[in-house]
Design a protein around this ligand. Structure first.
Ligand code: FMN
Length: 360
């Protein structure tokens, strides 16, 4: 183990030493057998790059916009509850690191500081994440609080209609932390009956743009765009909710195709390398989010630790773009990726026994 971490996996190992066993497991874990959790890295690792070497890469540009906010790094911070579990400065450190890195934070409604306190500390763009609550008045009230505090978009998380089975937490007797935003209840009842009608109802009442998080199919992505969503986030909650879904990078293209440019498309899940960012953007994401790695950065060294996590991803991203001969985010496209070996179409059919690489 090196003294100073050189990649996000080093950060995870260092963070593991600093966090309690049950906190580490809460952050790192996934649902039931963690099949999707493992599959996510396996698929990302299995996508191969096809580099061009005779293009001008003297200037690499990683800037883009996210729902109108300029960001210089297309790696944003995913809404994730209670950053206080990793560092006492919690989300205050998170938004400071994001601003220093030129990126955006989506604040979880389950934050350790109130959304107003976090907004005060933020000098970069911020979105607020909430749910479709059973009490529709509360849904509007949370969005109104966020708008007044200066958040520029509302992220609605969709994939939580049932509590998932996270077996690490059950074994550890893990108890969830209280949100600072609504101290009167440990968690607020979400509307398990919510359909696109609820989305249309919110979209017609909330002036901020809505980003829907948890879309995993083309059919729902197309409907989301038609029902007023300005962005969809392809996400399976970091494989923490429903196990044995495809990994997000696998369904990203069908979502991109279905929205037909009517909404921005983002993706999260398993992003640990600059090359992963390239792959997601090449498949149509505008930018990606990271969840677990932000906790590793905070646990290791608060704001500076998280900033270093983002700097590592930026360096890897720029390096990968340069070595692929793709100097801008717009120049990343599907043609630069391969999945099956080119040998499959060349070697005799009898040799084609294992189309899918073995799963470890
Ligand atoms: C500890 C933890 C807490 C999370 N809390 C929330 C949350 O409050 N709201 C939400 O929409 N997603 C939440 N997520 C999911 C993340 O937004 C994101 O989808 C996921 O972490 C991305 O995968 P990654 O961790 O592999 O980067 C949480 C994830 C983690 C790891």
């Amino acid at each position: 183990m090196p003294d100073s971490p050189v990649n996000l996996y080093d950060y995870e190992r260092l963070a593991k030493d600093r966090l309690s066993h049950s906190q580490y497991d809460f952050i790192a874990g996934g649902a039931t057998d963690e099949i999707t959790l493992r599959r996510t890295r396996h698929i990302l690792d299995s996508i191969m790059l096809r580099p061009l070497v005779m293009t001008d890469v003297s200037r690499i540009d990683t800037a883009t916009t996210a729902l109108g906010s300029r960001i210089s790094l297309p790696v944003m911070l995913a809404p994730s509850g209670a950053h206080g579990r990793a560092h006492p400065d919690a989300e205050l450190a998170t938004v400071r690191a994001a601003a220093a890195a030129g990126t955006l934070t989506a604040l979880s409604s389950g934050s350790s500081y109130t959304l107003e306190e976090v907004a005060q500390a933020a000098s970069g763009p911020i979105w607020f994440q909430q749910y479709f609550y059973q009490d529709r008045g509360l849904t509007l009230e949370m969005a109104r609080r966020a708008e007044e505090a200066g958040y520029s978009a509302i992220c609605l998380t969709l994939d939580v209609k049932a509590n998932s089975k996270r077996e690490r937490n059950i074994r550890n007797g893990y108890r969830s932390l209280q949100s600072a935003n609504h101290r009167w209840a440990s968690s607020l009842p979400r509307d398990t009956a919510a359909t696109f009608e609820y989305l249309e109802w919110v979209a017609s009442r909330v002036p901020l743009p809505l980003a829907l998080k948890g879309i995993m199919t083309g059919e729902e992505a197309g409907q989301a765009a038609r029902s007023g969503a300005k962005a969809v986030i392809v996400s399976n909650h970091g494989a923490r909710q429903l196990d044995t879904t495809f990994s997000t990078i696998e369904v990203l293209p069908e979502v991109v195709d279905a929205v037909e440019g009517r909404a921005e498309v983002y993706m999260d899940g398993g992003i640990r390398r600059g090359a992963d960012v390239v792959k997601a953007i090449a498949l149509g994401a505008r930018a990606v989010f990271i969840g677990r790695p932000l906790f590793w950065g905070l646990a290791v060294n608060g704001r500076d630790g998280l900033l270093n996590v983002l700097d590592i991803l930026r360096e890897e991203l720029e390096m990968t773009m340069a070595l692929c001969g793709r100097p801008t985010l717009d120049s990343l496209d599907r043609g630069m990726l391969g999945f099956a070996s080119p040998l499959l179409s060349i070697l005799s059919p009898s040799a084609q026994t294992s189309r899918v690489p073995p799963f470890d």
